[in-house]
Design a protein around this ligand. Structure first.
Ligand code: PLP
Length: 398
């Protein structure tokens, strides 16, 4: 049977992929071009140079035609050797997947467990590094924004903890759901490999992912023994120097990336971060007014990309999400693995504005009533009051 047409825009309020702006769709709507020709070369050179500013790095950024998982694998295989130990922190589902990948690749993760309600703890990491007197740990891997929980890890503080322990480990950070949404500084925070993806803060469809690297990481890649070819930085470097790639790049996605970088720079990265902070704060005010609990229990670790909300015992978050989808054509994020049915996630990252967020919160508030989840009214009202009070405050000029 045909599905009836739904009018208007679908509300894609999951924490990525995020809605793609019309300007980016138009930028990608181009004839496919010769990826060895001069027109591509100009595009390749431009995006390889301009993407650096988004990571706040002066060093090289590798771009893969792959989802974020590929860039995780690239980060590990380029700098590590079989049997190397890596220190990882269990912030949630994605940190666990990265740990499982390390195991499959023949790396030995030292996994600091946690309750999935906080970001990574610099002190716990420092302690483990101090205990590692022989420097067997070769890398510290942290997820900046844990998309399954809505908790952010303090990346700058963790850098300081690694330094305080006097440990030479490389520092690998996953920014798949934080880049271009939450302040991030690859060079200043001394990160060796930053992993990211296209489908969240960069407002692109899925299909591109990134490794921003440091000189120290490039040096480590010269002696790393894990097998790699598709992911190999060494294979990429000579081609990238001329704006090319060793294999067929995601040509049309790169047109989109070019436009996305322009849009971020036109708004100003600091304004982009402030907008995400504002949308997150409005969402949390709504959640509190409903009398529901935010999963993240450490306010300094609240995510500006998404908010995970616990549903009261005896209620199923996925039933609620289904009601919202059927009634209001809005997708909310599901609870992943051990959070299945216990939380729903409101994505507030990417190309969103105050009214989009209010529309999303309306859908949640009406959905709570439809699904019979005990709550108080007034969440949307609280968010409106907050937005109204924020409106008219000066913004920095890009
Ligand atoms: N890491 C984080 C923090 C993510 O949010 C995701 C996906 O949502 C991934 C890794 C995996 O990326 P992908 O699904 O693009 O392979």
């Amino acid at each position: 049977a045909n599905t009836p047409r739904t009018a208007g825009r679908h509300f894609l309020q999951i924490p990525g992929p995020t809605p793609v702006p019309d300007r980016i769709l138009r930028a990608m709507d181009m004839p496919v071009l010769d990826h060895r020709g001069p027109e591509f070369q100009r595009l390749g050179k431009r995006v390889l140079e301009n993407i650096k500013g988004v990571f706040k790095t002066k060093n090289h950024v590798f771009i893969y035609p792959a989802s974020g998982t590929g860039a995780w694998e690239a980060a590990l295989t380029n700098v590590l050797s079989p049997g190397d130990k890596v220190l990882m922190f269990e912030t949630g589902h994605f940190a666990t997947l990265w740990k499982n990948m390390a195991l499959k690749l023949g790396i030995e993760p030292v996994f600091i467990s946690s309750d999935w309600r906080t970001g990574a703890d610099p002190e716990a990491l420092e302690q483990k590094l101090r205990e590692d007197k022989n420097h067997e740990i070769k890398a510290v891997c942290v997820v900046h924004n844990e998309t399954s929980t809505g908790c952010v890890s303090p990346i700058g503080k963790i850098r300081k903890a690694i330094d305080a322990a006097g440990h030479p480990a490389l520092y690998l950070v996953d920014t798949i759901s934080s880049l271009a949404s939450i302040d991030y500084r690859h060079d200043e925070w001394g990160v060796d490999v930053t992993v990211s993806g296209s489908q969240k803060g960069l407002m692109l469809p899925p299909g591109l992912s990134f490794n921003a690297v440091s000189e120290k990481a490039l040096k480590a890649s010269k002696t790393s023994k894990l097998p790699k070819l598709f992911w190999s930085w060494e294979e990429m470097i000579p081609h990238n120097k001329n704006g090319f790639f060793p294999y067929t790049p995601g040509t049309n996605l790169l047109y989109g990336l070019d436009a996305a970088i322009d849009m971020l720079n036109e708004e100003g990265l600091e304004n982009v971060f402030a907008r995400h902070d504002r949308h997150a704060e409005a969402t949390r005010r709504a959640v509190r007014a409903w009398g529901l609990e935010i999963l993240c229990r450490v306010p300094e670790h609240y995510s500006s990309s998404l908010t995970a909300v616990l549903v009261p015992d005896g209620h199923n978050a996925d039933d609620f999400r289904g009601r919202v989808l059927d009634a209001f054509d809005m997708s909310l994020g599901t609870g992943l693995t051990k959070l299945q049915g216990k939380v729903f996630r409101i994505g507030h990252l990417g190309d969103t504005n105050d009214l989009t967020i209010l529309g999303a919160l309306c859908g949640v508030e009406m959905g709570l009533a439809l699904a019979g989840i005990p709550h108080k009214e007034g969440g949307v009202q609280a968010a409106m009051q907050y937005f109204a009070a924020q409106a008219g405050k000066p913004r920095s000029i890009a």
